[in-house]
Design a protein around this ligand. Structure first.
Ligand code: HEM
Length: 295
């Protein structure tokens, strides 16, 4: 059943292939063109190139290719399964889980609505895409609530260490069916990467998104960096679309890992407990630390 779910996801992503510049972005571009009369144009050519050629293709590439790679991974290597009837470790507090839950809900809305805006004309544009734009903004408020607590609660465990290089060198052991202990602390290098992209990148997304949403913002930044309004808006779109691309790719990865690649992993962020075998294999140095502290 899950095989077909993946296949459907990959195929439905391919349906986006005929899209052109999105309605919502088009609206922003039109506004920019009217500002153009006021002068400054030097980001113009780069902007038009990125917006019309690069970003749409890059997003299309990510939403088709990433699920496809995971589908192939699932078919060939398959999920990692750990005993679920043994000892468990309490690893995520209630606070961790609530904050994570708020972020998860926000992204479940932000990502699809963002993609619908990017490929607005494929969805017939108009009211539907406009409604998605509003929903995208509302869900961003939810994300704003969660991003700072999330950053602070996990910051210490997310600092990169020497063993993260070893983790990257074996790609976390995900290319093998073997259950060999993997070098990782409470979070592995892949999870750390996701953390930094979703928090620092997330703040950038909030700032650039808010600037694009409220276009009349008379930001102090404008004068501070000597930017004109159109330059600021263009920079924001470029940054929003670039960071957004990384966030979409890593969000798909995070969901694949949590729901499909490691059977039952999702339970840990619901009830706070991780299976002993999963900790011992996937977070081997954290396991040693837990065992040592127990003694
Ligand atoms: C439907 C969406 C999501 C699901 C199913 C999900 C699932 C999970 C699970 C199971 C874990 C624990 C992983 C482990 O340690 O074994 C986790 C951790 C985490 N989640 Fe999520 N999550 C989702 C959305 C999000 C979003 C939107 C964010 C951030 C904006 C996020 C950020 C994190 C971070 C930073 C961690 C700790 C590091 C990691 O495990 O990757 N998650 N998530």
């Amino acid at each position: 059943m899950k095989k077909y779910l993946f296949l459907m996801l990959a195929l439905s992503s391919a349906l986006f292939a005929y899209s052109t510049v999105s309605e919502a972005n088009q609206e922003i571009i039109n506004n920019m063109l009217s500002y153009e009369k006021d002068g400054n144009t030097h980001l113009g050519d780069l902007f038009v190139y990125l917006q019309t050629k690069l970003f749409e293709n890059a997003y299309l590439f990510v939403i088709v290719l990433v699920p496809l790679v995971f589908f192939i991974h699932y078919m060939i290597i398959g999920p990692k399964k750990f005993k679920h009837d043994g000892k468990k470790y309490y690893v995520f507090t209630l606070f961790n889980r609530i904050i994570h839950g708020i972020a998860a809900i926000s992204f479940i809305i932000i990502i699809p609505t963002g993609l619908i805006m990017m490929f607005g004309s494929t969805f017939g544009g108009g009211e539907f895409v406009k409604a998605c734009k509003e929903l995208h903004a509302v869900a961003t408020v939810l994300f704003m609530i969660s991003v700072i607590p999330m950053f602070l609660m996990w910051l210490k465990s997310m600092l990169f260490t020497g063993e993260d290089i070893k983790w990257f060198m074996i790609l976390g052991g995900y290319l093998s069916k073997e259950k060999k202990p993997v070098p990782a602390g409470k979070f592995n290098a892949g999870q750390k990467m996701w953390f930094w992209v979703c928090t620092i990148g997330g703040v950038m997304m909030i700032f650039t998104g808010a600037t694009l949403y409220v276009q009349d913002l008379n930001l102090a930044v404008l004068t501070m960096f000597g930017l004109s309004k159109i330059e600021m808006l263009r920079l924001c779109i470029i940054a929003h679309n670039t960071v957004g691309l990384a966030m979409v790719a890593l969000f798909f990865t995070h969901v694949y890992m949590s729901i499909f690649a490691i059977k039952g992993a999702i339970l840990s962020i619901i009830n706070g407990y991780k299976e002993e075998e999963e900790v011992a294999i996937l977070h081997s140095s954290y396991y040693k630390e837990l065992e040592k502290n127990k003694k």
